[in-house]
Design a protein around this ligand. Structure first.
Ligand code: COA
Length: 533
């Protein structure tokens, strides 16, 4: 870490208190754990079959100099007794033949590549990103379909397993190219992935596609048939025509896939304002000094902005007015952006200033970066009388109807209606990333514990005395511990409430990649809703 900033966040080391370095190390330790995929035994078996791992397949597919922006790497962490590293699927964005594509790769070393709820959420989220940014999708298929013990949580609802296939049809109708490379099992509903792609490839003596596998066929009709005879590579390339290309092995299949991407149409891109990039003013690692770990402390967003924009140059809008929101223009890796960053509690004028700025960005077609550290809107009689709800509504309207891309980064806390105003997930930011120290919840642990303690105590006073009644302190501690646990970045990312946790030092680089991606499709014109004046 750079010396400037005097390592504010390492001063508490060895005192048992939270500090950013230990949070960052914990994040990387978890990330290293999921890189291995499934158990050693499962990986050894996978390799003995002549297959590459999911991550090796992605590396082979992408251009040698391509970045790979992995999405929700820590999905399912801390759930299912940690039997589903990365939720058994690797998703992300990288370049093939110079073009950005979304890659969705099953990891067959994790329970046969089967789908739990988080696997589906990751798959669908990657497809949404492909739709929002008009990116081609490449499916590297090696999966036993639904993880059967979880069927009630993954099968029947709108955004369950079936959504994958309905998305494929919709994406095709939007002229988004899709390629499936069948590198292992592709069973039941999963058979529709290659069948609904524009072109599909299968690996000989390795890939299989069938609506019902041999045991099901035997049970249903009594017919005895092997995997290969039922739906192997030769069957689908030579008899059924379900696939278009027969590959000898993984590497050959990925080479065919790369060749196909060379035939994709050139996208109709948004014209964007980009000039030559200038370096950031300070080393990226200095951002660690501003990753606040205590929920009640403000985040110094001026310092953070200075460290992610080109040459530290930021042109504020309404700098002297409503200072609890920072708004202004800058460039990141040469791309012009509008930046909105919290700088304290939200008052009526804060909301009006933010709504005004968001309109400017939309009309000028400038993408926006939201830096979130928000506890919520000001409460109290005076503010209700002044109409804080009406002013907050303007801001939320402006965010919801924005048509330029919004990229949200949670640098601190994201609480209550503040989460909505600052482009939380319900407001469809193109991407939403969390710093490892970030927190998200309806309110902070302390506030929630106080509110609920008060409600519970009010009930206790009315009811007859109970000697087993918990003390006020016990109730408070219990609620606070639960809220603190459930609002951590790890808890959020495990459930795919975000697109992943990022190292603060990578913020600028990741913003540059997603800004480029978000201009892959033309942005619509802005049409705001009715603002209550
Ligand atoms: N549901 C739940 N668990 C499943 C599963 C499924 N659909 N498919 C595989 N698994 C589990 C296995 O029980 C095993 O678990 P374990 O590691 O705890 O022992 C693990 O995944 C690996 O399966 P295994 O059969 O040992 O590996 P494999 O590589 O030889 O074969 C498959 C993988 C996917 C080809 C094979 O398991 C299979 O055909 N599964 C059934 C697929 C199916 O019919 N799906 C229909 C659902 S839509």
């Amino acid at each position: 870490m750079n010396s400037s900033g005097a390592n504010k966040n390492t001063q508490t080391e060895n005192t048992g208190e939270l500090n950013f370095q230990s949070i960052l190390e914990d994040f990387y330790a978890r990330y290293r754990r999921i890189l291995a995929g499934g158990s050693e035994k499962a990986v050894a078996l996978h390799r003995s079959r002549g297959k590459l791992t999911a991550r090796e397949r992605i590396e082979t597919l992408l251009d040698k100099d391509s970045p790979f922006l992995e999405l929700s790497a820590l999905a399912a962490m801390g759930q299912y007794h940690d039997q589903f590293p990365a939720a058994g699927i690797v998703t992300g964005i990288g370049r093939v033949q110079g073009r950005y594509v979304v890659v969705i790769a099953n990891d067959a070393t994790v329970k046969g590549g089967t789908y739990i709820r988080e696997t589906i959420r990751k798959h669908i989220r990657a497809q949404e990103i492909a739709i929002d940014n008009h990116l081609p999708a490449i499916y590297l298929v090696d999966s036993g379909g639904i993880f059967l013990p979880e069927q009630s949580r993954v099968f029947p609802d709108r955004d369950d397993f079936g959504r994958i296939f309905s998305n494929q049809a919709r994406m095709s109708a939007m002229n988004i190219p899709q390629i499936a490379v069948v590198m292992g099992s592709c069973t039941a509903g999963g058979a529709y992935i290659p069948a609904m792609s524009d072109e599909s490839i299968i690996v000989k003596n390795q890939g299989t596609i069938f609506i019902g596998g041999p045991p099901l066929v035997k049970a249903a009709t009594g017919e005895e048939v092997t995997d290969e005879e039922l739906g192997g590579g030769d069957v689908h390339a030579k008899i059924s025509g379900v696939v278009d290309h027969l590959a000898n092995d993984d590497v050959h299949a990925l080479q065919i896939c790369r060749n196909i991407t060379g035939t994709f149409p050139i996208p109709d891109k948004q014209t964007i304002d980009r000039i030559e990039s200038r370096e950031a003013l300070y080393p990226a690692e200095e951002l660690y000094n501003y990753a606040e770990v205590k929920s009640n402390l403000p985040v110094d967003h001026f310092a953070i902005i200075e460290r992610i924009v080109d040459a530290g140059e930021f042109h504020p809008f309404k700098a002297e007015y409503a200072k609890t929101i920072i708004t202004g223009f800058a460039r990141i890796d040469g791309y012009k952006v509008g930046i909105i960053a919290n700088n304290g509690v939200v008052f009526g004028e804060t909301a009006r200033k933010a709504a005004h700025f968001i309109q400017l960005c939309n009309y000028r077609k400038i993408p926006m970066i939201f830096l979130q550290n928000i506890t919520g809107f000001i409460v109290g009689k005076k503010y209700e009388h002044d109409g804080i709800a009406r002013d907050g509504a303007k801001w939320i309207h402006a965010v919801a109807t924005s048509t330029v891309p919004i990229i949200s980064i949670v640098t601190g806390g994201s609480y209550g209606a503040g989460n909505y105003a600052m482009a939380g997930r319900a407001f469809d930011p193109r991407f939403l990333f969390m710093w490892p120290n970030a927190r998200i919840g309806v309110m902070g642990g302390d506030q929630a514990a106080r509110v609920l303690t008060q409600i519970k105590q009010a009930k206790v006073h009315k009811a007859p005395a109970d000697k087993n009644q918990k003390t006020e302190e016990e109730v408070y501690n219990e609620i606070k511990a639960r809220y603190d646990y459930e609002s951590s970045a790890i808890y959020s990312t495990s459930r795919i409430w975000d697109d992943g946790i990022i190292d603060p030092a990578n913020t600028r680089r990741i913003l540059s990649i997603v800004l480029e991606i978000s201009a892959n499709k033309k942005w619509k014109d802005h049409r705001p809703g009715v603002y209550r004046m």
